[in-house]
Design a binder for this molecule. Structure first.
Ligand code: CA
Length: 464
């Protein structure tokens, strides 16, 4: 290709704002940066507890605790903080929930120590289960999951067996029984794995009477998962299958460093899903993906075919029909982000930020304006008058507060400002009722990280 042709193509891209360049991040589970996800179904709802990434300071920080919920596995939302006293703490890797006597227990790693917390409902509010509900540094004495002199450890994962007995797994191959109170550990042992290097992000589940223990190895683009199985108990004895690496980098599929996640089994099904974080934009700027997990007749796990496409809706009602704009424009477009590799030179990624990425139904692509712009806006033109019921916006970094102005127009010249009930709330998506026949929508971001992962516009009477 000649330089002249390259320049012409670039000009065309810039003029049209269309996504000629590919989105290298596919369609992660939710439109945010999350890691260490724990998914489960309670009643008819899916719950995703995770580390909130994307705050830009590596392991020094995290976002607040929010729980994403969905009733179809495609449309996800959260509303507020589920663990108020932990809002400003460094909040990592909440486990799945364990239910006991009508109460829900969760075991997050907070400021790099594991704590049991409890609530009367799955969405909180949670509080520390032992002692006062407050955090001290380096840790709150008497409130950590591990007692004694050495209370360190990360990435707790709880497993409750069919007979009600509970077990706790955490980093560096640790396991312990959990006592009846759900907050105290019995004697701790180390699981005898064939691989012995550093490991975190344990996953534990049971299928057809077989117990599976999954553990991570390495990290960054080389993060991968190995497993063992036991036909007797959650504490072994263990079988070491020959092909015991089940998820690893697949550069052909564009998937790098599948790491800390979970295995999700919807209630009353034999469907299993491997949920994992991916290297993403390096450091703590990761997103979470889901692929099917299949088994051989002898119970061993087949190597997982990873891709960034996701599995779509797995149950529940279908997503409502959305309107696609004819043209999307914005106040500005951020320069492409070239992401450098850390360990694997096969890793090559550049992120583009076209306005149309806010409407491509992909949770891994986003519009972002140029850095430092005072008030950034994005505008959707539907090409004709359309009857719009409502809009739902997934802002970039939805766990920090956004203030925005929402406007509609018939002609792109005269604008009507609508009330935005979700201004200043920590929730996703941000919702606006429209119930009007208009051609243009415009959102101006006044406060908060400027950018939109996904903007869904619903037609009046468009339910399928
Ligand atoms: Ca998108």
């Amino acid at each position: 290709m000649t330089i002249c042709l390259k320049k012409t193509l670039l000009a065309l891209i810039l003029l049209s704002g269309r996504c000629i360049a590919q989105n290298p991040f596919g369609n992660p589970l939710v439109p945010d940066m999350i890691a260490d996800a724990s998914l489960q179904q309670i009643g008819d709802k899916y719950y995703c507890f995770a580390t909130t990434d994307g705050y830009g300071r590596g392991l020094d920080t995290s976002g607040p605790p929010v729980v994403w919920t969905s009733d179809n596995f495609v449309d996800w939302s959260f509303d507020g903080i589920y663990f108020p006293s932990a809002e400003k703490q460094k909040y990592w890797a909440p486990s799945k929930l364990a239910e006991k006597n009508g109460r829900y227990y969760i075991y997050p790693t907070i400021n790099a120590y594991m704590y049991p917390a409890v609530s009367d409902t799955p969405t909180g509010p949670f509080r520390l289960a032992k002692g006062e509900d407050k955090f001290e540094l380096p840790y709150t004495k008497g409130a950590t999951l591990i007692d004694g002199d050495d209370v360190g450890g990360i990435d707790a994962e709880v497993f409750v067996d069919d007979d009600g007995s509970a077990y706790m797994f955490w980093g560096r191959y640790h396991v312990a029984r959990l006592k009846e109170d759900m907050v105290t550990l019995d004697s701790v042992t180390v699981i005898p794995t064939p691989h012995r290097e550093y490991s975190e992000g344990p996953v534990f589940f049971k299928r057809k009477g077989i117990y599976y223990y999954l553990y991570t190895l390495d990290g960054d683009e080389n993060y991968h998962y190995a497993y063992m199985m036991s036909r007797e108990s959650p504490l072994g004895p263990w079988e070491y299958p020959d092909n015991n690496i089940i998820a690893e980098t697949d550069s052909t599929a564009g998937v790098f460093g599948p790491g800390h996640g979970c295995v999700f089994n919807p209630n009353n099904t034999d469907d299993y899903y491997f949920v994992y974080l991916e290297f993403g934009r390096r450091s703590t700027n990761r997103q979470t993906y889901v692929n099917r997990m299949d088994f051989n007749d002898d119970g061993t796990i087949k190597p997982i075919q990873l891709n960034l496409t996701g599995v779509g809706a797995i149950a529940g009602k279908r997503s409502e029909k959305t309107l696609a704009p004819l043209h999307v424009s914005a106040s500005s477009v951020r320069s492409p982000l070239f992401i450098e590799y850390m360990k694997n030179p096969d890793f090559k990624r550049t992120e583009y930020f076209y306005p149309s990425f806010a409407f491509d139904s992909m949770n891994g692509s986003r519009w972002m304006p140029a850095s430092g712009e005072a008030e950034s806006w994005i505008m959707a033109d539907f090409g004709k008058l359309v009857n719009i019921e409502r809009s739902a916006i997934y802002f970039v970094r939805p766990t920090s507060i956004h203030n925005y102005r929402f406007e509609t127009s018939l002609d792109g010249v005269n604008w009507k400002i609508l009330q935005s009930p979700d201004n200043g709330k920590i929730k996703a998506p941000a919702n606006n009722l429209i119930n009007d026949c208009v051609r243009f929508l415009r959102v101006t971001i006044i406060n908060g990280e400027p950018g939109i992962w996904e903007w869904k516009v619903y037609e009046a009477g468009g339910t399928e």
